[in-house]
Design a protein around this ligand. Structure first.
Ligand code: PMP
Length: 407
């Protein structure tokens, strides 16, 4: 027996994907020209799948701050936050985030994934129950498992189903923690947060909102879905990432709970890993200011999101997202999705290919994420390439139908 035998099925599927063209799970970005363009397979390519919502990865103030931090503080901290890895910059970033989020305290983590591990595993223990949306991100599932709490999944975006599960016997001991996301990463839909907040209040539960895809995107100040829906006081804990709107790497957990900071010496994923590099922290500090002081970035993002959503809808593609910076297009099956993804790439458009089991309801998706940095011409170009792809798919399916028609 080989230790990798358990992956035989996954390997077989991957081999079939490779037969169609480029490897979607191992794509090489050979050169990055800007927030929206890169060289991929030797070709200038428009990026429409990078979650770079505010398009600030090349903001001169962010890049300068990062370079300056490397010169002053070196390339890495070489230590965890509870040893030698807390620099003034980490504390400054936590303060700036707390002020922006209007939270008493913020903990910074090296990634958004780790923020979920650290906050969930820190908050919940074996006697507690975590209620999580069935479409939750892997980091929410993993953090919940790590906590040792009882896990209860409720139907995606369904407060009634949550209410039912909260009432069931067997979940009455310990504390109850509900976990939802702001904008869901695959379909771009939003949690009905005001309704979830009502359920949470009725049951005396805690509510955690992962605003990974909604920070800088929703709300009058960009604080996310809880701000947009006017329920920030009900969101006891907020988790977010620096790898999307803030254009860097890292994550955070924030709260008004007076005892929140106990997690700094009780949450293992926070304690037992090296802290974020000085350059990352420095660029995020500037990026948070950009997000706060330049609401026009958010407005431009939404103009672009609407333009792409409308344009793609007009092509007759099956768009399963509401108007959102995340736009998912359902393909009829895996083979068609892989083929369409390759066709777009060969024509200079990069989107995400999302296949089961990583997708809700086993859907095969092309997933776009829009940026404030996309120009009008780029949106036109993206739409033109999608139109060509849709036409080619139609032609293919007509040929297949003709081939199977009985004479
Ligand atoms: N939460 C959600 C909802 C996400 O979509 C992601 C990343 N896609 C993460 C957490 C993890 O963030 P990061 O990539 O910064 O680790």
């Amino acid at each position: 027996m080989d230790i990798f035998d358990k992956y035989a099925l996954a390997s077989g599927r991957h081999d079939r994907v490779l037969e169609v063209g480029s490897d979607p799970f191992n794509l090489r970005m050979e050169e990055i020209y800007s927030a929206t363009e890169a060289r991929v397979n030797g070709r200038r390519t428009i990026l429409v799948g990078t979650n770079n919502y505010l398009g600030i990865t090349f903001d001169p103030a962010c890049t300068e701050a990062a370079i300056d931090a490397i010169r002053k503080y070196g390339t890495g901290t070489t230590g965890s936050r509870i040893a030698n890895g807390t620099y003034s910059a980490h504390l400054a970033l936590e303060e700036v985030l707390s002020r922006f989020l209007k939270r008493r305290s913020t903990m910074v983590f090296p990634t958004g994934y780790q923020a979920n591990l650290g906050i969930l595993a820190g908050l919940a223990g074996a006697s507690d129950t975590i209620f999580l949306d069935a479409d939750s991100h892997a980091s929410i599932y993993d953090g919940s498992r790590l906590s040792g709490a009882t896990l209860v999944r409720f139907r995606h975006n369904d407060p009634k189903d949550l209410d039912k599960r909260l009432t069931r016997p067997g979940t009455q001991g310990g504390c109850k923690l509900i976990v939802v996301e702001g904008i869901y990463s695959m379909l771009g839909d939003r949690a009905p947060l005001a309704e979830f907040a009502e359920v949470k209040r009725e049951h005396g539960a805690y509510l955690l909102v992962d605003e990974a895809h909604s920070l800088g995107v929703l709300g009058d100040h960009g604080r996310g879905l809880a701000e947009e829906q006017g329920v920030e006081d009900d969101a006891d804990f907020v988790v977010g990432t620096f790898s999307k709107s803030l254009g860097a790497v890292g994550g955070f957990g924030a709260s008004n709970h007076p005892k929140f900071d106990v997690l700094r010496f009780c949450s293992r994923p926070y304690m037992f890993t090296a802290s974020s590099s000085p350059s990352n922290v420095a660029s995020v500090l500037v990026a948070v200011r950009r997000m706060a002081e330049q609401p026009e970035l958010r407005l431009r993002l939404w103009d672009n999101a609407r333009a792409l959503h409308d344009g793609l809808s007009n092509l007759g593609l099956e768009i399963i997202s509401p108007e959102s910076p995340v736009i998912a297009i359902r393909m009829k099956d895996e083979e068609t999705a892989i083929h369409a993804w390759n066709q777009l790439l060969e024509n200079g458009i990069y989107v995400n290919l999302a296949l089961p089991p990583g997708t809700p309801n086993g859907a095969c998706l092309l997933r776009c994420s829009v940026s404030a940095a996309h120009t009008g011409e780029q949106i036109e170009e993206i739409l033109a390439r999608f139109a060509a792809m849709a036409a080619e798919l139609n032609e293919r399916s007509e040929k297949t139908l003709a081939a199977h028609a009985t004479p």
